[in-house]
Design a protein. Structure first.
Length: 441
């Protein structure tokens, strides 16, 4: 499966797959120049390489498992790798975040997959030269919260290089018990200090957009849209974007699994606007599979993005693909397409979005008119990379978030989930994968 978005540098596309192979591919001809298999002993939720590489000064930095690798772009040999939780080498931590490289430092997030006691979650700053950790920001540790799995960072950070500020989103606080507390509060097992105490589900930095110093990782401000102790799965997983409004105000925007997009002032976290695109696809308390999962795109002051899986699931369901006016959040236009986990790409007046129905769509950025719909033969969760008249994109998505959380997280259902009928129902996406190069009209 190729859910990572390719990175194009000097006529070469670099992209990894779920088996852990990082490929260097000629953009002109599609020839594989080299490949290297990466990975570690961690057991994450999805594939070994799920996020994009970052290329700087002849090195590709990429997450594989819960390790960050530095790979020489000339021949694919590994210069160094750093395990973000070497003390627990077989836990379920993983890097789904794409690295940011600036001024000799690599910034990358780590996801605990809601495992309590995991210490590697959060955001890391790592020396680009040696792989030595410089500092580690754990959202739970920062507010003296128990290590309960509330510090997951599976979105990618955005860096303001002028102020040296990092912006990123965090995930929800889990409840892995499978126990549903009564709404009236009469369930003694759910009282504070008891077995299913939901007060552990909330941290001041969970389900938040956070700004921290890129120098030492201290918190500058944070913003939460949801009420404390909520039981919903409202992660910020669609990576943050930095842009400037027409009036010169510098802002950061990020989409949430609840289907909303929030724009904040970069300096202080003040809300500029908050708009809702679609429902969040709540399966039940603590599990949502809709809203913004893939990163949105910003072009000429407009925010573009598509929705993940909304419920009830139907084989031919359509969901909005929207354009928000960057200054106000007003809906500029809306198109319809199939569900999408993929990030959006916007370039040269065209917006590109792949979807789980195997189709890559191109929309006119100003009007939303569908320009083309190209079937690629497999579900698309990769974003498009564009350069030199060519679009490069990965295909293949084999496991849904629903399958992982229901089958692997709820012990009572695990055996049942592995039965072929239920497994097929939860995992309808198929196992075909590939990397495509398309000529732009």
């Amino acid at each position: 499966m190729v859910t990572a978005s390719p990175v194009m540098v000097d006529g070469v596309a670099y992209v990894g797959d779920w088996s852990g192979h990082l490929f260097a591919i000629s953009v002109a001809h599609g020839h594989v120049l080299w490949s290297d298999r990466l990975g570690d002993s961690h057991h994450g939720a999805y594939g070994v390489i799920t996020s994009s590489a970052a290329v700087a000064s002849g090195v590709a930095y990429v997450g594989a498992g819960d390790s960050l690798f530095a790979v020489d772009t000339a021949d694919g040999h590994v210069r160094w790798h750093t395990d973000l939780d070497a003390r627990h080498p077989t836990d379920s931590g993983e890097i789904e975040s794409s690295p940011v490289v600036f001024d000799g430092v690599v910034y990358v997030g780590s996801d605990a997959n809601q495992d309590s006691g995991y210490t590697g979650e959060g955001l890391w700053a790592i020396s680009a030269k040696t792989g030595a950790p410089l500092w580690h920001f754990n959202p739970e540790v920062a507010v003296h919260h128990p290590l309960y799995g509330c510090g997951n960072v599976w979105s990618s950070p955005a860096l303001d290089t002028t102020t040296k500020t990092l912006f990123f989103g965090t995930a929800d606080c889990p409840d892995n018990s499978g126990h549903q507390c009564s709404a009236d509060g009469s369930d003694a097992l759910c009282h504070p200090g008891s077995a299913y105490d939901y007060t552990k589900r909330w941290s001041p930095l969970s389900e938040a957009i956070i700004a921290i110093s890129a120098v030492d990782g201290h918190v500058l401000w944070s913003h939460q849209d949801h009420v404390p102790l909520n039981k919903d799965d409202d992660d910020y997983g669609a990576s943050a974007q930095l842009f400037t409004l027409a009036n010169g105000r510098k802002v950061v925007g990020e989409g949430n699994k609840d289907g909303s997009y929030t724009v904040l002032d970069r300096a202080n976290g003040a809300v500029v606007w908050h708009a809702v695109e679609q429902g969040n696809g709540n399966v039940h308390s603590g599990l949502a599979i809709g809203g913004f999962l893939g990163a949105t795109a910003v072009l000429n002051g407009t925010v573009y993005g598509g929705s993940a899986i909304d419920l009830p699931w139907t084989a031919h369901a359509l969901t909005p693909f929207v354009a928000f006016a960057g200054a106000t959040g007003a809906r500029s236009w809306q198109a319809v397409q199939f569900y999408s986990y993929a990030p959006t790409t916007a370039a040269n007046g065209v917006v590109y979005e792949g979807a789980l129905d195997d189709v890559l769509r191109a929309y006119d950025a100003s009007s939303g008119r569908l320009l083309s719909a190209i079937p690629l033969g497999a579900p698309i969760s990769s974003g498009a990379a564009i350069g030199a008249g060519t679009l490069v994109i990965g295909t293949g998505t084999s496991e849904t978030d629903l399958q992982f959380k229901v089958c692997d997280r709820l012990p009572a259902l695990k055996a049942q989930c592995k039965a072929s009928a239920l497994n097929t129902t939860l995992n309808p996406l198929g196992d075909i994968a590939g990397i495509w190069g398309l000529a732009l009209a």
